[in-house]
Design a protein around this ligand. Structure first.
Ligand code: AMP
Length: 416
């Protein structure tokens, strides 16, 4: 039986790859322009990095991780997100001894055992950017400005920046209690998972997709009304710096993000073109994550962009597919050898050329060239070669010209 890919794991085929390469290239250019450096981290980590970092009572850790015991008896997990790994690398290599501030980005696949649907997969790609070591709200605004700049540069419009503050270790417990109190006489409306969340982690009820849970929580107290004066000051400054950066935003008091490590600033960029999976990117501040995984008190802020969702939003009128420059149609054995020699030289000069290795009829080679959408075909016949000539056909205008074999390479390089 034919072996197929695993459900929720996608191939990204050559006719799609141009979009992905464009997005990655733009991310590198924009982020490096903002002083960020790339970091590459492993795909597998010790399970406890995520259970401690992301939080035991989150959807990711409770039911979405690809966790297994390796042959040495260690519990390992395919990374469901990159922030915890980046923080681990920063601590492990003591990057803070070089400079207290680290601005890092990373591009790669993440793994979550979610129900696959459009825009939601089990292996999906994220572009992550993180700043470690700065508590100042200026940097919250800086990463958001960078994010929006990137989204604009890839050509995405009609986006909405939503922000919220989730408070801190001091003020959030008070809010949790308020939320619990508010929901205590509505628990019959909650799904089984949320009844449990009500005890373990009531903020996670905001993330639940079940309608009755959303109804139960609709008029709940808002975290923003319970944050302490320090958090309020931080949030006010973030808004001020966002405005100074020329950005508009919408306050979304219901946005709590799905991971426990977030503190203070939380943000999402949503697109109304995407349907129900409308969050293209999300992020926030996480001033307690480092303590959870390593003990040091280091603040952090960052975001993760979902690449599949971003690629869906790219402008439709833009050409991302890399077509060939030239097809060489050789007729006869001697011509095919000459075509092969030319092909190598063209490749060495960076010209994307192709030949027909089987030496088929001119008609069938022209048909293939047409299908490959090449702008030029070089026709090499034995007769032409003996006269020291070749014919170059412009596939768009259908015009043909004879070129002398001696000048062929330079002539082609100039034209293409
Ligand atoms: P999160 O790490 O959950 O904050 O997600 C950040 C971004 O990653 C989201 O805004 C999505 O664009 C993307 N994302 C998260 N989960 C998935 C998934 N299962 N499939 C595709 N994209 C995802």
């Amino acid at each position: 039986m034919e072996i197929k890919a695993i459900r929720g794991f996608n191939d990204i085929l050559p006719d799609e790859i141009g979009k992905w390469q464009f997005v990655e290239k733009t991310a590198r250019e924009v982020f490096e322009g903002f002083g960020f450096s790339e970091i590459r981290i492993p795909i597998l980590e010790k399970t406890e990095l995520f259970s401690r970092g992301i939080g035991e009572a989150t959807d990711i850790v409770e039911k979405e991780m690809y966790t297994f015991i390796d042959r040495g008896g260690h519990s390992l997990t395919l990374r469901p997100e990159a922030t915890a790994s980046m923080a681990r690398a920063y601590l492990e290599h003591q990057l803070y001894t070089f400079d207290p501030v680290a601005k890092l980005y990373c591009i790669g696949p993440m793994f979550r055992y979610e129900r696959p649907q459009k825009g939601r997969y089990r292996q999906f790609y994220q572009i992550d950017a993180e700043v470690f070591g700065v508590e100042n709200p200026m940097v919250d605004a800086e990463v958001i400005v960078m994010l929006i700049d990137f989204l604009k540069k890839v050509g995405i419009e009609k986006l909405e920046l939503q922000i919220n503050s989730l408070g801190c270790r001091i003020c959030r417990p008070g809010y949790r209690e308020e939320l619990k109190k508010f929901l205590s006489n509505k628990s019959f409306q909650l799904c089984e998972d949320c009844q449990r969340r009500l005890q373990t982690n009531p903020l996670r009820i905001f993330d639940c997709k079940v309608e009755s849970c959303q109804e139960a929580i609709a008029n709940s107290p808002k975290v923003i009304d319970f944050i302490c004066s320090e958090c309020q000051k931080h949030f006010d400054q973030v808004k001020e710096y966002l405005e100074a950066g020329g950005l508009t935003y919408l306050l979304n008091p219901r946005m709590v993000r799905g991971l426990d490590y977030y503190t203070r600033t939380a943000f999402e960029v949503v697109s109304y073109q995407l349907g129900s999976q409308n969050a293209v990117t999300g992020g926030g501040r996480y001033d307690n994550l480092f303590q959870e995984i390593g003990g040091l008190e280091i603040p952090g802020i960052g975001f993760a962009i979902g690449m599949e969702r971003l690629v869906l939003l790219l402008p439709k009128d833009r050409e991302f597919v890399q077509t060939l420059h030239l097809f060489i149609a050789a007729l006869g054995e001697g011509a095919l050898k000459e075509a092969y020699r030319l092909l190598n030289e063209l490749h060495l000069r960076g010209i994307r050329a192709e030949i027909d290795y089987e030496g088929k009829s001119l008609k069938s080679q022209m048909r293939r060239a047409d299908k490959l959408k090449v702008p030029y075909v070089l026709i090499l016949g034995e007769k032409e070669i003996s006269r020291g000539k070749a014919v170059l056909r412009n596939m768009e205008t259908k015009s043909q010209e004879e070129i002398a074999m001696g000048d062929l390479l330079n002539n082609l390089v100039d034209k293409i």
